[in-house]
Ligand binder design. Structure first.
Ligand code: DX5
Ligand code: ZN
Length: 227
């Protein structure tokens, strides 16, 4: 299984974001995870399309935009134009989930649904054909540096099963991403439960090398993910 590691820039130094995304790319990151919070769907307030556009020229890897906003639709064209490659959103935040997924694909991006810890996986049932990514939150959304919720592991197994069944029946590839509390010491069991795309914020940006890069922690994450 191909494993992708997506450092979340929520824990990066915002005063030098260009440098930070270049550093994670140099350290082997597969994606930049870009957390958008609106002080409405979640209590926190972060970054928008202008910042996405500003970091875009600094890296070649894809930008994985995680929308924690309500409503969703108006931001999709803006993020697509700003260079997003993946756009995921929370089904509770969109009145018309099927339409929002289609809108993301129509703008040339991969589309994904995000499941909060208490959100049932059945919400994916009737839109499987429109999903490129299923993202399970392993913390409640809104802040970096929270503790991994262990109930995510059995939920991952169930999501893996649904996705595998879909793909075995001729359906398109769907990535299974996990976000929140992913660390060097638990990434192995998270991958074992079926995740292929791992978001890590504080684990990466909280652990710089002596030379200021992120090679050591990225190597450890990848090693433990494939062990
Ligand atoms: C939380 C965000 C996460 C966050 C993860 O709402 O969606 O992407 O940055 O941070 P860590 O890895 O520190 O839990
Ligand atoms: Zn996120």
């Amino acid at each position: 299984m191909t494993i992708r590691i997506a450092p979340s820039i929520l824990s990066a130094d915002f005063s030098r974001l260009g440098e930070e995304v270049r550093a994670i790319e140099a350290a082997g990151a597969d994606l930049v995870h870009f957390d958008v919070m609106d002080n409405h769907y979640v209590p926190n307030l972060t970054i928008g399309p202008l910042v996405c556009e500003a970091i875009r020229p600094h890296v070649k890897i894809g930008i994985d935009v995680h929308l924690m906003v309500e409503p969703v639709d108006a931001l999709i064209p803006l993020f697509a134009k700003a260079g997003a490659n993946i756009i995921t959103f929370h089904p509770e935040a969109s009145r018309h989930v099927d339409r929002t997924l289609q809108l993301i694909r129509d703008h040339g991006c991969k589309a994904g649904l995000v499941f909060n810890p208490a959100t049932p996986l059945s919400l994916m049932d009737h839109v499987m054909d429109k999903l490129d990514v299923v993202l399970l939150m392993s913390v409640n959304p809104g802040f970096g540096g929270q503790k991994f919720i262990p109930g995510t592991l059995p939920k991952l197994l169930e999501a893996r099963q649904r996705i595998d069944t879909h793909m075995a029946n001729g359906g398109q590839t769907i990535w299974l991403e996990v976000d929140g509390g992913v660390k060097v010491d638990n990434i192995g069991e998270i991958v074992a439960a079926g995740a292929d795309t791992l978001v890590a914020g504080s684990a990466v940006f909280g652990a710089p090398d002596n030379n200021g890069g992120y090679h050591t922690v990225m190597k450890q994450l990848r090693k433990n993910a494939s062990a």
